[in-house]
Design a protein around this ligand. Sequence first.
Ligand SMILES: C[S@@+](CC[C@H](N)C(=O)[O-])C[C@H]1O[C@@H](n2cnc3c(N)ncnc32)[C@H](O)[C@@H]1O
Length: 402
Amino acid sequence: MTDYTNDDNEARSLRAALADKLRDEGTVTDPDWHRIFTAVPRHPFVPRVFLPFPANDGRYHPLDGTRPENRTAWLRHVYQDDICITQLDGDDRAWETATREGEVKATEMTCTSSQPTLMATMLEELALSEGDRVLEVGTGTGYNAALICERVGANSVTSIDIDPVLVDQARAALGELGYAPTLAALDGALGLAETAPYTRVMATASFPVIPRAWIEQTSNGGLILANLTRPLGGGALARLTVRDGTAEGRFSARTAGFMPTRGKHAPAAQRLYQQITEEQENAATPEAVDVDLNTVLDTPDLRFFLALRSDVEELGVRYPDYPAERWLLASDGSWAFATSEGGCLTVQQGGDRRLFDEVLSLYREWVELGEPSRDSFGLTAAPDGDVIWHGSPTDGRRWPLL
Ligand SMILES: C[S@@+](CC[C@H](N)C(=O)[O-])C[C@H]1O[C@@H](n2cnc3c(N)ncnc32)[C@H](O)[C@@H]1O
């Protein structure tokens, strides 16, 4: 079925090594997915990539895979188990600057081909079989869509993205390999009614809630697999079964972080931080505390719980030769910051809310619940509101999704 355009031995053997790695590490357990990762080339979908500077300071080098002298370095990059960054700050200007000047500074990655391990995990979680009709939200480069086409046939695949340029590029790359799924440029929250109903919806951009349209466009018993955008991150991957207009299921044991949808839901922590003046900061009396905010925020299962239950954002601030500060921020301008200097933990809090106290109270709630792991929580997305629950949707504790 696949026409391996632009393929050669080097690409084939690097790709086989990646597929074997996914299998040997236990990410890919289904032989058909191993076959598909071995067969479907990634490189035609990512002809130009950005490489982040090692300092991770927002600067990137361009790597143009269409230039023969770059081919080996580029193929090696493409067949690592890593993201490939294909777009910065929403358009081609970053690429133009980077090729002209050798580097570019950018604020946001707006398109990446996701890490193969994450793609494989999600594809296995989707439990695809013949006859499935799939909606992918977040076409991006089109590589994931190609993998799905190879599995269920392109006639059963729809993929949508908010960026029309990306959709056109993906259509061309998919077409060269012989795949012609339905593609459309629109806000993914709308789904695509024309090719519904779907038995599987897979989102590769993260949304703050499960859009109603996805639930309405999924047939009874169908699955939705999506990462929820939460202010504290947490990588919440929900696997929900749709029944009678409600989508319900657990969060995956695995962390799955995707780029948030563009525009309105972009994290505001940096902006909020810039609004706090030195005067405000000095007005708040430092309090000695006996709980280290670093430990609280860096315990993965706890952070996941905080991410689900709180609207607080977090920012780490570093100055050379000075202890790291951790800031908690809320959209009403409330803030808290914690430092540990010479083993002494202090916190300052300002604004209408006491954010450190809020986080501490959630921390105690998590301990009282028995320090549960992420997969003991679940989500019910229903027409009358979304709730998260612990244990089971009917017997456990329940909270509205903020
Ligand atoms: C991580 S990339 C997707 C990777 C892709 N599946 C692939 O195989 O290359 C996320 C994509 O989500 C898209 N996106 C962001 N916000 C969106 C929205 N509201 N609706 C649809 N797509 C969106 C971005 O344009 C970007 O292409």
